[in-house]
Design a protein around this ligand. Structure first.
Ligand code: ZN
Length: 464
């Protein structure tokens, strides 16, 4: 019988937040269970640091500009992923797998081919006043229960591809709303985490306009108006709390798998759709920018058939997930997928080299539109925004926290040319018409002095 595959997806989880990627503050004993004897990709990037475009992209193996799922919806309409694009669920269903999905969808149709259960909420009573819960946490309780029930009762000979699609630590977004503006923090009863070394945003006037005014385009960033350093430490404490909450849910799923007949015949894949700013540059959650905190995500393979070297440092993309699962399962990879089959890396062999990974930004809800692209070759990271033709260049080896934009530094002119060339190559080979896209922002969202702490009042609307 073919090996089963269980995907555990989290939402808004930066690789840097996890102990298995070096975090020494937070405790995630259950994600550590997955990471033990695993192959971990240490440089995996999301194709878009936003839920729906990222998910539509990695479930279909195509960039957002191809799926045309560019936003989370509302003012900017989102049509379903085109029917002619085969999806991961369809490929595996056709190959004879039971394809089943529990939890967060938000996929614009890219989960076609999976049997999806409606997202429901189960109230959670063990609430700490410092860390209130919302539907994100309630849905995870439901998702876990459904996943555990599936593992308990599934008895077919048909191999399964099952997705346990969890939302936390995304509850951090709601936490910002609960703590907006000037406020006293609710005591956590625990030591507060240290702020990251790139907490101060000294270089903000040397960044593209769209990045300088994220506070004006993003409700969550505007809600940090008047926050103190301690408020940001509480933000990080809350982020780690919601991560520990989802870790407990993952523990229940792993226990159920271990007790099931599938314990020795299942590969587990752990990933997140995108990251979180984690207080870097005084930022919360995610929007517009492509910094490491929001674009770099965990990607871990463990269980049946994984005999790799532990860590793989090559640059990879979440777009590689689909072809890699096909490669692992011995299924023909559909034509037109943008990612690469990394399955040889799961067996200790070298993965194919690539010259870049890319990520895209358009808009969250459609009220400000800031088309941008990121290209990373491992050592250098290059970003370009249409609004002011603003460029960014970071030397990730010397400046892993992206503190200094080197795009205008003559010492980096050769590197800049190299990345511009790679960027043009990306545009050409992916048929991305990015350079003809239009930006939009009302001029009142570009009016105050640079610095998120100079923002006052509301930002561009998120609803309506
Ligand atoms: Zn502002």
């Amino acid at each position: 019988m073919a090996t089963n595959i269980m995907l555990v997806v989290t939402d808004q989880l930066t690789w840097r937040a996890l102990p298995c990627y070096g975090n020494t503050f937070v405790k995630t004993p259950n994600i550590d269970r997955i990471a033990k004897d695993s192959v971990r990709f240490t440089n995996c990037y999301t194709p878009c640091p936003l839920c729906q475009p990222a998910r539509a992209a990695f479930w279909s193996g195509r960039y957002p500009h191809e799926t045309n799922v560019l936003s989370n919806g509302r003012k900017w309409p989102v049509a379903p992923v085109p029917e002619e694009f085969e999806t991961l669920g369809e490929t595996f269903a056709k190959a004879g797998y039971k394809t089943v999905h529990f939890g967060k969808c938000h996929d614009a149709g890219a989960l076609r081919g999976f049997e999806c259960s409606p997202e429901e909420e189960i109230p959670v009573d063990d609430v700490s006043p410092a860390f209130p819960y919302n539907f994100d946490t309630y849905e995870d309780r439901d998702t876990t229960e459904k996943t555990v029930e599936f593992l308990k009762h599934y008895s077919s000979q048909q191999p399964f591809l099952m997705v346990c699609d969890l939302v936390n630590p995304h509850n951090i977004c709601g936490w910002v709303g609960e703590n907006q503006g000037s406020h006293e923090d609710v005591p956590t009863g625990k030591e507060l985490p240290p702020l990251p070394e790139n907490f101060e945003f000294d270089d903000i006037t040397n960044r593209p306009i769209a990045v300088q005014y994220i506070c004006c385009s993003h409700n969550r960033q505007a809600q940090t108006e008047y926050w103190t350093k301690t408020n940001y430490q509480h933000y990080l404490a809350a982020y780690y709390h919601y991560l520990e909450v989802v870790d407990k849910e993952i523990g229940k799923v792993l226990d159920a798998l271990e007790k099931s007949p599938y314990a020795d015949n299942t590969m587990i894949v752990f990933l997140a759709d995108h990251g979180d700013s984690m207080a870097a540059r005084g930022r919360v959650t995610k929007q517009v920018d492509f910094y490491e905190e929001v674009t770099r995500v965990p990607l871990i393979f463990s269980g049946k058939g994984i005999h790799g070297e532990g860590e793989i440092h090559d640059i990879v993309s979440l777009l590689d997930l689909y072809p890699t699962l096909c490669g692992y399962a011995g299924i023909d990879i559909p034509k037109g997928l943008r990612g690469m089959d990394l399955s040889m890396g799961l067996k200790g062999r070298e993965i194919p080299k690539r010259d870049y990974v890319a990520s895209q930004w358009h808009t969250e809800w459609g009220y400000t539109v800031s088309p941008g692209r990121m290209i990373c070759n491992g050592r250098l990271k290059y970003m370009y925004y249409i609004e002011d033709q603003g460029e960014e260049l970071y030397d990730l080896e010397k400046d892993p926290y992206e503190k200094v934009n080197q795009a205008r530094n003559p010492e980096y002119s050769k590197d800049l040319e190299e990345m511009r060339t790679l960027f043009r190559k990306y545009l050409e080979e992916t048929h991305d018409n990015f350079l003809s896209l239009e930006w939009y922002a009302d001029k009142k969202w570009r009016s105050h002095e640079a610095g998120y702490h100079n923002h006052r009042g509301i930002a561009a609307p998120q609803e309506g």
